[in-house]
Design a protein. Sequence first.
Length: 285
Amino acid sequence: MIVGLSPGDGPVRIMTEATALFDEEELRTLLQRQSFGHPLYFFKTIASTNDYARELAARDSPEGTLVISEEQTAGRGRMGNSWISPPGTGIWISLILRPPLPPSQGPLITPMTAVAVAGAIRKVTGLSAGIKWPNDIIINNRKAAGILIESSAGERSIKHLIVGIGINVNTEVFPEEIRESATSLSICSGKKISRMEILISVIRQLERLYSIVIPGGKPRIILERYRSWSVTLGKMITADRAGGKITARALDITPNGGLLVQDQTGITEELISGEIQNLIFPSGK
Ligand code: BTN
């Protein structure tokens, strides 16, 4: 099957059927054309790709190192949550980045990754993937993908970032505790989706957007895209932040990827990180 992933990207020959396990050789061949994915660590099962990538980063593995596993037995989500990662149903990857940015600009990698993942899903499936601040990928009011970015930084520079991405591609049934809040690309589109196509598209989008985040680029373009796909802006949200719980309207995304909100008394503040509840989502996830 010949598949064009995006205008200008050129066609990519993807042989794997949508439901099959990844063909490691095919994956290595497809990644030859990309700058990310070298070296590639491919596992049938692992505790957490982020944990493995962190060990590699500590041993000086270069930017672009990619860890992928068919299954995670202890996948980790944000805020100490676990991330359900059964074999063969989703994409569970971690990418090592070493951006030449001051630590203050590190947070830009969060919107960059969210736009890359939402963009890849939109291109390959045509689904209207949205972004719930800071980086949940939402389709039909449910979470289809999550991003966990872990950093190691000195005072003046970022040592490395581990960009962990989990995408529910062909998941049909979720555990009870997330059944109301989670979804998958196959559930939303009504058909099986090729994990390989999504994976390669995510890598391409990440490379493209990364080149405009690192110095000399125009991150404004990423923030504009992020805003246009946001399912948070304009909505009432609640958040638990250092000063206590706040109910406010989400006004804007700040240049560093923070969320500008305004409470009922008219006071505005910027939320830098953490978890918000979009009041439109039934389970708050
Ligand atoms: C979230 O809570 O939304 C973030 C989920 C991130 C899951 C991915 S799957 C690959 C990588 N390895 C992990 O242990 N977590 C991330």
